[in-house]
Design a protein around this ligand. Structure first.
Ligand code: MF3
Ligand code: CO
Length: 291
């Protein structure tokens, strides 16, 4: 529940404006939704215009790094070489790769091939092969602000089955994005993602999802893609979160590699794909910040 503020007091958001001229109507709307039984965002995850501008600068680096990877990635390259590209491009632009040393993660980027669902650790021994589908998940810290997005790359001649998976997961993200608007629910987005995956015969990973992002790498809320319309957290202007479903051709079950404690595989060995974007909820809809 929100703390009461005098109408003529400065707004909690730090704008310097009077509360009644700033976030009062916003709070009233959320309090009403909370009374109706909905989950509402904490103030700590509502970004100010200044924070949004700073986060966008971080996003610019993340986008440039993924563009750079896209120009160079090819069969015969090791995943270690991708890591090196990401480290060099990010630092050259003044950023820090957010994964490096994050909770003990040893590299600058996650590279996940075929049946690796996510968090694949780059190494010298892993060579990209013709026909691979590869997720490169890139995250940047710039002046203390975080960005996070991932793309799929098809290496050489990819089977129709895998290409369809890659294309469909991108469509899932787009369908989810259409649902992002103020005073809707994260479940509206989650269900749109899931419905499209299911309609194509695929399954969506349950245990791992998206997250708030910007001031930290991973903030509230946890963003699931197995949720129902009208449920989960209310989307309010100023929230920034990722849409990053992991979708499998086979079963939704996954497991974590026992040796490295990071790499997530599909339980049945079937291919998996993921795209990740960062989206801002605006006053009248949404804005994609990173892709
Ligand atoms: N980039 C991932 C995400 O989308 C998080 C990776 S954590 C790491 O949330 F430590 F593996 F990098
Ligand atoms: Co993410």
């Amino acid at each position: 529940m929100y703390k009461k503020i005098g109408r003529n007091d400065p707004c909690w958001c730090g704008s310097g404006k009077k509360y009644k001229k700033c976030h009062e109507a916003f709070d009233d709307k959320l309090i009403k939704l909370e009374h109706e039984g909905h989950i509402i965002p904490d103030r700590s995850i509502i970004k100010t215009p200044e924070q949004i501008e700073a986060i966008k600068e971080s996003c610019k680096i993340n986008i440039a790094v993924l563009d750079y990877v896209g120009e160079h990635i090819k069969a015969g390259m090791t995943t270690e070489e991708i890591d090196k590209m990401v480290y060099e491009k990010t630092t050259e632009m003044g950023g820090i790769p957010a994964p490096l040393n994050y909770e003990g993660y040893p590299k600058s980027v996650c590279v996940s091939i075929d049946d690796v669902v996510c968090h694949g650790i780059p190494c010298d021994e892993e060579v990209l092969q013709d026909g691979d589908i590869v997720n490169v998940d890139c995250s940047t810290i710039y002046k203390g602000y975080f960005s996070d997005s991932s793309r799929m790359y098809c290496i050489g001649k990819v089977s129709d089955e895998k290409r369809k998976l890659v294309d469909t997961v991108k469509e899932c993200v787009e369908k989810g994005l259409e649902q992002v608007k103020p005073w809707g629910f994260l479940g509206d987005m989650g269900q749109a993602v899931n419905d499209h995956a299911k309609a194509n015969g695929y399954s969506v990973v349950r245990e791992i999802g998206g997250h708030g992002v910007g001031l930290e790498f991973h903030e509230d809320p946890f963003v699931s893609y197995i949720t129902q319309k009208g449920t989960e957290m209310v989307m309010a202007p100023g929230m920034i979160f990722t849409i990053e479903p992991m979708v499998n051709i086979g079963s939704a079950d996954v497991y974590v590699d026992e040796d490295d404690d990071w790499t997530v595989f599909t339980a049945d060995g079937s291919p998996s794909a993921q795209w990740e974007i960062m989206v801002l909820v605006t006053e009248d809809g949404h804005e994609v910040l990173c892709y």
